[in-house]
Design a protein around this ligand. Structure first.
Ligand code: MN
Length: 423
C-alpha cells in the first residue's frame, strides 16, 4: 500500500465532515494570491498548503526537486520528475501533516507562512496542456447517441467494441473551472430540408467526463503497454467537454467533431493523483468480443468515482440532473493510453486525455443533456419549475466527483461554468 493512502491517518489540520480533501487525498494544484505570484500547492480540508514555502524552509529536501518546480505557474516542471519522485513527494507531505508529526506543526512561524485559507487564494490553471485527446469510451453513451442519430438496431458502429475510439481535440480552449463561456456561433441546420444558417447554437450541451494528465511518455515510435500505463499517468480531474449539438450534427461528417467541441472544455482545479485513487480501483466491465492482444490487461484498472451534474439557473437554486460513475466506462485508461501509442504516437508531459461522456445504465445516469432529455423530446424539470432540453443562457453547470471506501472519502471538488449570451 502507498504510505499516504493509509485510511488510519489523521491530519493536524481540521478536515470538515464530507470534505473531498482529507490527508489521504493530497492533490496538486496551482494558486496565487493578491500579493503572491503563482505557486504549487496541495490541500487538506479548507487549507491550501504552499509547497514553494515548504521547500524554501527545507521540509522537502532530498526528494530531487528544485525551487522552480514549486515556484511555478504550472505543475509540468514537477511532473517532469515522473512517478517515483512525485509519489515520494506525496508521501512526504502525508508525513508532515500527520497528527503524530510535530516537525512542522510546532513551528508557528512556518505554519503561518505555509497555510492559506481556501478563500484567500485564487485557483489557477494547474497544467500547461500540450495536446488534448478525447475518447468515446462509454458504451451506454455511444449506444444512446447511435440510437438517436443513426439506426436503433445498429446503434454501436462496428469498430466500437474493438477500438477505444478517440479524436484529437484542442488544448488552447481548455479552461479552468469558474471561467464562463459565451454561447458559440456557427453553422446550424434548424430545418433539415433547408440550407444551413449562421446563428448562435440552440443546443449547447455539457459532457460529463473525467480526464487524466500524463507524465512524459516514450519517444516517437515506441508504445506504452497496458501493464505500464499507470507509470505514465499523473492524475485525474473533472472535465466538462462543452458541446454544441446542432453544430456537431451538421459538421461531423466525415472527419468528426470540430467547432462543436473546441469552443471550450472546463477542468477542475485540483489534480488528484492516480496514487490517491488506488484504494478505489475496481474491475473493468466485461469486454466482449475479446480484445486484441495489445489491449489485454490484468488487475483492477477502473475506478469507482461517483459523479454528479447539476444545473443552476440564473437567480435560482441548483437541480441535480445526473448521478453517474466513472466505473461505467467500457474502456479503461490503461487501454486508452496503450491504444493512443500503439502506432508509435508520443505522449508528452502535460497531455490531457478526456474519457468521453460517462453515461450509466439508467436514465438518470446519462452524462449529457442530449441523452437526459433524449434529443429534446423529454425536457427536464428544474426545481424552479422551468424546463430544460439543452443549456440556456445564464445556466451554470456544476459537476462533482468523489470516491469512498474504508471510511475515507476523497474527491475532486467541482468544475463549473456559466453559459453567457452569444457575443
Ligand atoms: Mn467529449
Amino acid at each position: 500500500m502507498i504510505k499516504a493512502n493509509n485510511p488510519e491517518l489523521k491530519s493536524w489540520i481540521l478536515v470538515p465532515e464530507n470534505s473531498d480533501f482529507p490527508i489521504q487525498n493530497l492533490p496538486f494544484g496551482v494558486v496565487k494570491t493578491a500579493d503572491l505570484t503563482p505557486f504549487v500547492a496541495t490541500r487538506i480540508g479548507d487549507k491550501v498548503i504552499d509547497l514553494r514555502n515548504l521547500f524554501q524552509f527545507g521540509y522537502l529536501n532530498n526528494l530531487g526537486f528544485v525551487l522552480a518546480d514549486f515556484d511555478n505557474e504550472f505543475l509540468n516542471s514537477l511532473m517532469k520528475h515522473g512517478k517515483v519522485v512525485t509519489r515520494n513527494l506525496r508521501n512526504r507531505l502525508s508525513e508532515l501533516f500527520d497528527s503524530n508529526c510535530s516537525e512542522l506543526k510546532q513551528n508557528d512561524v512556518h505554519v503561518h507562512e505555509v497555510l492559506f485559507d481556501i478563500n484567500e487564494v485564487e485557483m489557477c490553471m494547474p497544467v500547461q496542456i500540450g495536446d488534448y485527446t478525447d475518447f468515446y469510451s462509454s458504451k451506454e453513451h455511444a449506444t444512446n447517441v447511435g440510437m438517436m442519430f443513426r439506426d436503433p438496431a445498429n446503434a454501436l458502429l462496428p469498430n466500437w467494441l474493438w477500438i477505444p475510439v478517440g479524436y484529437h481535440g484542442r488544448a488552447s480552449s481548455v479552461i479552468l473551472s469558474g471561467q464562463n463561456i459565451h454561447r458559440p456561433k456557427g453553422q446550424i441546420k434548424p430545418v433539415p430540408t433547408e440550407d444551413p444558417i449562421y446563428a448562435p447554437s440552440r443546443q449547447v450541451d455539457f459532457e460529463l467526463e473525467m480526464a487524466f494528465v500524463t507524465y512524459d511518455g516514450k519517444p516517437l515510435g515506441d508504445s506504452i503497454k497496458t501493464a505500464e500505463a499507470e507509470d505514465y499517468i499523473f492524475g485525474m480531474c473533472l472535465f466538462n467537454d462543452w458541446s454544441a449539438r446542432d453544430i456537431q450534427a451538421w459538421e461531423y461528417v466525415p472527419l468528426g467533431p470540430f467547432l462543436a467541441k473546441n469552443f471550450a472544455s472546463s477542468i477542475s482545479s485540483w489534480i488528484v493523483t492516480l496514487d490517491a485513487l488506488e484504494p478505489y480501483a475496481v474491475e473493468t466491465t466485461k469486454q466482449e468480443p475479446k480484445v486484441l492482444s495489445y489491449l489485454e490487461f490484468e488487475g483492477k484498472k477502473s475506478y469507482d468515482i461517483h459523479l454528479q451534474v447539476a444545473i443552476e439557473p440564473e437567480n435560482s437554486n441548483e437541480t441535480v440532473i445526473c448521478n453517474s460513475n466513472f466505473k461505467y466506462m467500457y474502456w479503461n485508461m490503461a487501454q486508452q493510453l496503450a491504444h493512443h501509442t500503439v502506432n508509435g504516437c508520443n505522449v508528452r508531459c502535460g497531455d490531457l486525455m478526456g474519457s468521453g461522456t460517462i453515461s450509466g445504465p439508467t436514465e438518470d445516469s446519462y452524462g449529457s443533456m442530449l441523452e437526459l432529455a433524449w434529443k429534446g423530446t423529454k425536457p427536464l424539470k428544474m426545481n424552479d419549475g422551468s424546463e430544460r432540453k439543452f443549456i440556456l443562457d445564464g445556466d451554470t453547470v456544476i459537476m462533482r466527483g468523489h470516491s469512498e471506501a474504508n471510511g475515507v472519502r476523497i474527491g475532486f471538488g467541482e468544475v463549473k461554468a456559466k453559459i453567457l449570451p452569444a457575443k
